[in-house]
Design a binder for this molecule. Structure first.
Ligand code: GLN
Length: 278
């Protein structure tokens, strides 16, 4: 029998079924390329701690982060999610609202009531580009896809009340105390890596994986990032096993990021497996 790999998609609210579909598509593509031939993949929707406990890796979809955190709390999932991401550092990817939940610091919503999971030492600015009506798509060149198939085709990225990473924070096991002291800011509670594997192999600083090259360009005014003198907003980051994107790759039919992420998951699982049990 092959090795079982279970990928979960948090299914409390938002665009979870789109992620499930694209993950299945990506698994099919990996199979066609002969990657991880021995793997028996399952993609499951996660609504309970028991379902989360079955997962080797997890996706947090786009949607409404405030609602997701409230439902997670009521379902008894918030602490198990923090354990999954921060204590065990299992591979996790958050898109849009999912990125907000995975951030250690975010600006507060007017309504309040939001809790963060954390895992990425960043501060996000939510609804950075304005309201729903100011949603846009951008054709992005994503450097982390450069080794993949079809790398030259730009990735059509959908930004809907999207957050951006406003600041990279120094990696801390504890709470981001300086962030907590800021007005109108919420931070995730501390959660120390529990297992040694998590600490030694999956602890890292935050890396910037992609930027939106100048808002002017994304909005189609014709100006380029360099003309505008803009470095561009940070829209994709990774820290060890935790990955976040501002946009919604689940809302396009393009599975390239899902393929890339599953390859990262395979590498992380191999690494964990190769570490001798003590
Ligand atoms: N701004 C939303 C939030 O705070 C996220 C939007 C999205 O996921 N499309 O959750």
């Amino acid at each position: 029998m092959g090795r079982q790999i279970t990928i979960g998609v948090l299914a409390l609210q938002g665009a979870f079924s789109e992620h499930v579909q694209l993950l299945r598509n990506a698994i099919h593509q990996l199979g066609q390329r002969g990657v991880a031939k021995d793997a028996e993949w399952s993609v499951i929707e996660v609504r309970t701690p028991a379902e989360l406990a079955r997962c080797d890796a997890l996706v947090l979809p786009g949607g409404e982060s405030t609602t997701m955190s409230l439902v997670a709390e009521r379902s008894g999932l918030l602490e198990p999610l923090r354990d999954f991401v921060k204590a065990h550092r299992r591979p996790t990817w958050g898109t849009c609202a999912g990125l907000i939940l995975l951030s250690e610091s975010a600006n507060r919503t007017k309504k309040g009531g939001q809790e963060l999971i954390g895992g990425l030492d960043v501060r996000v600015s939510r609804n950075h580009f304005g309201r729903q009506t100011e949603s846009f798509t951008a054709a992005l060149d994503l450097p982390f896809l450069h080794n993949g198939t079809d790398a030259a085709t730009p990735f059509h990225s959908v930004f809907i009340r999207a957050p951006v990473v406003e600041r990279l924070l120094a990696h801390k096991d504890g709470e981001q105390a300086e962030e907590k002291a800021r007005d109108d800011t919420i931070v995730a509670p501390a959660k120390t890596p529990k297992d040694e594997v998590a600490r030694n192999y999956f602890d890292a600083e935050v890396e910037v994986l992609a930027r939106l090259p100048g808002r002017a360009k994304a909005l189609g005014s014709g100006a380029t990032a360099s003309e505008e003198g803009e470095e561009g907003d940070i829209i994709a980051v990774r820290q060890g096993n935790v990955f976040g994107t501002s946009f919604h790759p689940e809302l396009t039919g393009d599975a390239r990021i899902h393929v890339w992420w599953l390859e990262q998951v395979l590498a992380a699982l191999d690494r964990r497996k190769d570490i001798p049990a003590r």
